[in-house]
Write a new protein. Structure first.
Length: 599
């Protein structure tokens, strides 16, 4: 039976059902089911978050100034961005203004996280959807060297001997039978389109990125003391500045600032000479061969909150990263986003394993409820502990369905770049024009693909690398002018807050728009709700039948071999899903909820 969704998709469940469970190379646990027709084209898609958390419940009645330490542990990847969102949320509620140096340090740390996440995502989570390491054994090292020189003439590691050494290492690896991260790949699948030399170059950079990524995170250890889960502070940042290098243990001095500058410089070189060229080279080969799937709702409905504020006390007015919403593909109108308007952002649960008093309506996060309700629909095949096929007409995911004015939205780097393009933001439009030119002067519609979504991450990593340098220079100028403050503890005591207050905080996490909302009563957390990027992108259907961004990206995609789901993984991985953040694994009373046996 075919069903028409309000956001423009015809869902047909009559074809063969293909189940991918678990979806690997992501953060957390996810299941995906699709129906393919006789031509192996996806006609229906079901995206499921398969675990439950409970951080919102754990936070209740706690000190709001400690919330950042709890929410940061939602995930081992996008840690600091949750902490930053939390401290902004509490600061908004209790009325604390932060020093300019604290804002610069926060932006440097946030940009560091963005770059690190994007780099690791592409090379170590997503690249193997495009790159065939086994095919690299067939490459000619000399031709690989020429390809590298053409795509990235400034990269110093480009000799035929260098690529021959990598190829020999890879050959021993493959012949040993211990494929490690390359195990269980569909390496003879025709969905892989790179020539052997492209595969060898990309695998070489996979190894280079594996070595380099540990350098990027050192910035967060310098300012935050450790990583993952660096330290944060309501009212600023916890690291004092002592430019002479004496006094406070852990203080920031010129030596540490020079180390940060060196890391930023090395990051810019790696992104400019390796990451960007690889994306453009691989993207052009796939684009030229007609692989233009996966756009979903990216050309229709996108949302960005904005981030990297010039002024840390004017988040809404000074964000350097784009903010706004685009509806129905109208790039001539960018809507403003209001975090307090109950009609704008709501979460619905008709197809989510949660319970509302009235499930026909959505709830604004200030009024949000996180009450589990695990029940399967009558058309489910299997049992609660062994599901063979989900019933998408009923509840089928631990992810809620957030909507902006009733619309399913895509969030993430591509959404930010689409909003930046529509806003005529020069820094972003210039990058987009360069990218479209590298794809053979492709039209702007080329952005609305899995290739475009993957490219946007690389472009953002480049943008963030240069913004790190901007805020480092700004902070050093401040210090030279005599300002070494990094924290403000006015209004720190609950006695100054008022009996009942509320607030919100937002960032642009690597995966997209991230918002936290808090209600505080008598100095304690009364309600805390988080709407995370993968909740937006991975949401199930809503009350009107709209499908979310994951599901939409799979629709109408051609799958070469349905039971070797390369294309399904390629589309889903392009969002860099973080199910650990979006789904909810510990009960409010600490009791065991389930046992999982791994074979």
């Amino acid at each position: 039976m075919a069903i028409q969704t309000p956001n423009g998709y015809t869902l047909d469940t009559s074809g063969e059902r293909v189940v991918v469970d678990p979806v690997t190379r992501i953060e957390g646990h996810m299941r995906c089911e699709v129906n393919v027709d006789e031509n192996n084209i996806i006609q229906n898609a079901v995206s499921t978050g398969t675990m439950w958390r409970g951080i919102e419940v754990i936070l209740k009645n706690r000190d709001p100034r400690d919330a950042w330490a709890f929410v940061q542990r939602l995930c081992g990847v996008c840690t600091g961005t949750h902490a930053l969102t939390s401290v902004r949320c509490v600061e908004n509620a209790i009325g604390i203004e932060i020093p300019d140096n604290a804002n610069s340090i926060r932006n440097i740390m946030q940009c560091s996280l963005q770059i690190h996440d994007h780099l690791v995502h592409f090379y170590h989570l997503h690249a193997l959807d495009w790159v065939n390491p086994v095919n690299a054994l067939k490459a000619d090292p000399r031709e690989t060297s020429e390809l590298q020189k053409a795509s990235s003439p400034r990269h110093p590691k480009s000799s035929p001997g260098y690529f021959r050494d990598i190829q020999n290492r890879l050959k021993k690896f493959v012949e040993s039978g211990q494929l490690g991260p390359f195990k269980n790949g569909y390496w003879d699948n025709p969905a892989y389109l790179l020539p052997p030399e492209g595969d060898l170059m990309a695998v070489t950079h996979y190894l280079e990125a594996l070595d380099f990524q540990k350098e990027i995170m050192k910035t967060r250890t310098i300012f935050g003391g450790k990583d993952p889960h660096p330290n944060w502070l309501v009212g600023g940042v916890p690291c004092p500045i002592n430019i002479d290098g004496e006094g406070s243990v852990g203080a920031i001095n010129m030596e540490s600032l020079n180390r940060v500058r060196q890391i930023i410089k090395e990051t810019i070189e790696f992104v400019d000479n390796v990451y960007i060229p690889d994306i453009l080279t691989i993207g052009k080969i796939y684009y030229d061969k007609g692989w233009t799937y996966g756009g979903g709702i990216s050309g229709r409905d996108v949302l960005a909150y904005g981030d990297c504020p010039e002024d840390g006390n004017d988040l809404l007015g000074s964000c350097m990263m784009p903010r706004g919403a685009i509806i129905n593909g109208n790039l001539n109108e960018v809507h403003d986003v209001d975090f307090e308007d109950p009609e704008q952002i709501q979460e619905e649960v008709p197809h989510s394993w949660y319970k509302y008093d009235d499930e026909s309506k959505g709830l604004h996060p200030w009024d949000g409820v996180t009450e589990p309700n695990y029940e399967l629909g009558p058309k489910t095949v299997g049992t609660k502990t062994n599901i063979k096929q989900l019933d998408e007409s009923a509840k089928y995911s631990w992810i809620k369905s957030p909507r902006w004015r009733g619309n399913a939205m895509e969030v993430g780097p591509l959404a930010r770049y689409v909003v930046g393009y529509a806003s005529k933001h020069t820094e972003f439009t210039d990058q987009i024009k360069t990218t479209l030119g590298a794809l053979g002067n492709a039209p702007v519609e080329a952005l609305f693909t899995t290739i475009g979504r993957t490219a946007a991450r690389a472009l953002e990593a480049q943008w963030c690398a240069y913004k790190q340098l901007y805020f480092l220079d700004k902070m050093i100028a401040n210090i030279k002018a005599g300002d070494q403050s990094t924290a403000n503890t006015e209004n720190w005591e609950p006695s100054t807050w008022g009996k009942e207050i509320k607030g919100y905080g937002f960032t642009e996490a690597p995966r997209g728009a991230l918002g936290h909302w808090i209600r505080i009563k008598d100095g304690k957390i009364e309600n805390y709700q988080m709407v995370v990027p993968t909740t937006w992108n991975g949401s199930p259907r809503d009350n009107r039948g709209n499908i979310g961004a994951f599901e939409a990206s799979l629709m109408n995609t051609k799958v070469e071999r349905p039971h070797e789901p390369v294309e399904i993984l390629r589309n889903i991985h392009s969002f860099d899903p973080c199910l650990a953040c979006s789904t909810h694994v510990i009960g409010p009373d600490g009791k065991e909820l389930a046992k999982v046996k791994v074979r």
